[in-house]
Design a binder for this molecule. Structure first.
Ligand SMILES: [Fe+2]
Ligand SMILES: [Fe+2]
Length: 137
């Protein structure tokens, strides 16, 4: 799996959200690197702390997006929140097993996160971006 290279076509046109998506990608690429570099003696610690960082950042980002949806009375806010929750449930369950040492953080988990988030940005967040544009936000 390659690093994610941000495609400007994924911008939704809102500065706050686009900046957060870019930052998410940057943390993800760092996590990806940590998983690949098996020469690191502290590999487990680095992976776990970076995984925690990306999960915390994902939550922070979801909250920002949801706040903006509330503030702008986005009609599809409810189904969008549900999708965020689904992602969290899926990843937190996996993260718990990482913390318990049951699984090694691997490319499969990273691919899952990457595919879900990028698709979500390109389809669902994009819809929200279009709505924001009608409000000039
Ligand atoms: Fe988003
Ligand atoms: Fe979203």
């Amino acid at each position: 799996m390659d690093d994610i290279i941000w495609d400007p076509a994924w911008d939704i046109g809102n500065e706050l959200i686009d900046t957060q998506h870019l930052k998410w990608v940057r943390i993800f690429n760092r996590l990806h690197k940590a998983v690949l570099s098996d020469a690191d003696v502290n590999l487990d610690a680095v992976q776990k702390s970076t995984l925690k960082e990306i999960l915390d950042y994902t939550n922070f980002h979801f909250s920002s997006e949801e706040d903006l949806m509330r503030e702008t009375a986005y009609p599809e806010a409810h189904s969008h929140w549900r999708l965020h929750k689904e992602f969290n449930n899926m990843i937190y369950e996996k993260n718990r097993t990482v913390e318990e040492g049951d699984i090694i953080l691997n490319s499969a988990l990273l691919s899952l996160m990457k595919n879900w988030l990028l698709l979500h940005i390109q389809i669902e967040d994009q819809k929200f971006g279009q709505y924001l544009q009608t409000l000039n936000r």
